[in-house]
Design a protein around this ligand. Structure first.
Ligand SMILES: O=C(O)CCC(=O)C(=O)O
Length: 198
């Protein structure tokens, strides 16, 4: 049984971190299974009218109809894989939340990254609850206030088998990012389970 989540000190936000949500051996198995099961694609992002390849591999997975627009591109959901379905069922059993979709991101090495953004698309509702499962190499997730108050970003190291909850007004007040790193790091998968409203 994993310990209670630790609350991350971010004013006006609700971010909780559970480092040992999965035992290491189980996390190892899930990482290998998800690398094989998911249909990984290099999506494109639209920046200043140009389409650029995103610096990671991704997949949008969900219930039928759970289409999602992010980085100004609409994505139709791929079906749940067996491993993702098991993780969704565990999250439902523990939180009571019926996640209907998940964004899977695969960082092949330290050159892969995710830029500053908030998960604040209208279809996620005003105060989305997002459950973020990390597998593989530890990477730092940084949080910064959207309307800068001069405070330094806060970094949370997301470890193999960990679970991070973002809830309440986190997306209204903060952006988050995974920066590139020059440190030698292996592969990492992150899964952000979401509830998409029609
Ligand atoms: O890889 C991560 O931990 C972050 C993923 C993320 O920011 C997102 O899916 O919105």
């Amino acid at each position: 049984m994993s310990a209670d989540p630790q609350r991350i000190a971010l004013a006006d936000a609700d971010v909780r971190y559970q480092p040992d949500w999965l035992p290491e051996a189980a996390a190892d198995v899930l990482l290998r299974a998800l690398i094989d099961e998911i249909r990984w694609t290099q999506h494109h992002v639209r920046i200043f009218g140009r389409e650029l390849p995103s610096p990671r591999l991704s997949a949008w997975i969900g219930d039928p109809g759970a289409s999602y627009t992010y980085s100004r591109v609409r994505h139709e959901p791929l079906p749940w894989t067996p491993t993702l379905a098991v993780l969704r069922a565990r999250l439902r059993a523990e939180s009571g939340i019926d996640f209907n979709s998940v964004l899977a991101n695969r960082y092949r090495d330290g050159r892969d990254s995710m830029g500053w953004h908030a998960d604040d698309e209208p279809e996620l509702g005003a105060e989305p609850v997002i459950a973020s499962v990390s597998l593989g190499a530890t990477r730092q997730m940084r949080f910064r206030r959207r309307r800068g108050d001069g405070s330094a970003p806060v970094a949370v190291a997301l470890e193999h088998g960990s679970l991070l909850w973002m809830a309440g007004r986190t997306q209204q007040f903060y952006q988050h990012a995974i920066h590139k790193t020059r440190t030698e790091v292996g592969e990492r998968i992150n899964l952000t389970f979401r509830v998409l409203f029609a």
